[in-house]
Design a protein around this ligand. Structure first.
Ligand SMILES: C[S@@+](CC[C@H](N)C(=O)[O-])C[C@H]1O[C@@H](n2cnc3c(N)ncnc32)[C@H](O)[C@@H]1O
Length: 213
């Protein structure tokens, strides 16, 4: 059954309204610096010339940081054009070096493969099993056979709602079960995010590989 709070088939208007109403630095998930994501991406040892996608990247500065670290093939996908406009404006001329894609992760079929898939705070909005299946099908379709997954979600002790929507909370057994048999969890990291208004939010980061990889 469709969750009544989930923007039905198209989440664009919900997220566009949020990004049009406030500066990104005031949004609860805003990070000055995406420390955990960068640590896990660098620990994966993915080559700087390998394609990386930030799914639901929004206005995050992860793409800026990756560019500064020499990663040369970065794609940012988000359902909200308004979110990506914020990021493009912030980057200025450097925005040309990034491939921006407006689309829904559940149906995204870019026709190319990525070596690393990064998602901070998108998968946990997939509260319906059918949406989680679609998300996993996209991941499976887009990721190279020896690719890497860095996934950040709310932890079990994290919030159950965000930006007016219900959110799932995860630990390693739950993610392992959902991503099996295609992916296996290699390592996890618990981290406490402080929102711009000073509220703590507990996140879990999962580093995954294909089960056969
Ligand atoms: C909580 S924000 C996190 C943004 C960014 N990852 C960060 O850490 O700052 C969730 C993002 O996911 C995007 N989003 C939500 N549902 C989506 C979907 N089905 N497909 C693509 N993007 C989606 C939203 O527009 C928003 O930018």
């Amino acid at each position: 059954m469709q969750n009544p709070e989930t923007p039905e088939s198209d989440p664009r208007s919900h997220w566009d309204a949020i990004y049009s109403a406030a500066e990104p630095s005031r949004l609860s998930w805003h990070q000055q610096f995406p420390l955990e994501s960068l640590e896990l991406i660098e620990a994966s040892c993915v080559d700087a010339e390998s394609p990386i996608i930030d799914v639901g990247g929004g206005a995050s500065s992860l793409a800026d940081c990756l560019l500064h670290r020499g990663y040369g093939r970065i794609t940012v996908l988000d359902c909200s054009a308004a979110a990506l406009d914020h990021a493009r404006r912030r980057l200025g001329p450097m925005a040309e070096e990034i491939r921006w894609r407006v689309g829904d992760v559940r149906s995204f079929r870019p026709g190319e493969k990525y070596m690393l898939w990064h998602d901070r705070a998108v998968f946990h909005f997939m509260v319906d099993a059918s949406d989680r299946r679609k998300y996993l099908d996209t991941l499976d379709d887009c990721l190279e056979a020896d690719g890497h997954v860095v996934l950040g979600t709310f932890a079990l002790c994290g919030p159950s709602r965000c930006s007016g929507l219900e959110a799932m909370r995860y630990d390693e057994p739950l993610i392992s079960e959902l991503f099996a048999p295609r992916f296996r969890v290699v390592s996890t990291m618990l981290s406490r995010h402080e929102t711009p208004s000073g509220q703590p939010q507990d996140f879990m980061f999962f580093y995954m590989k294909r089960a056969s990889g």
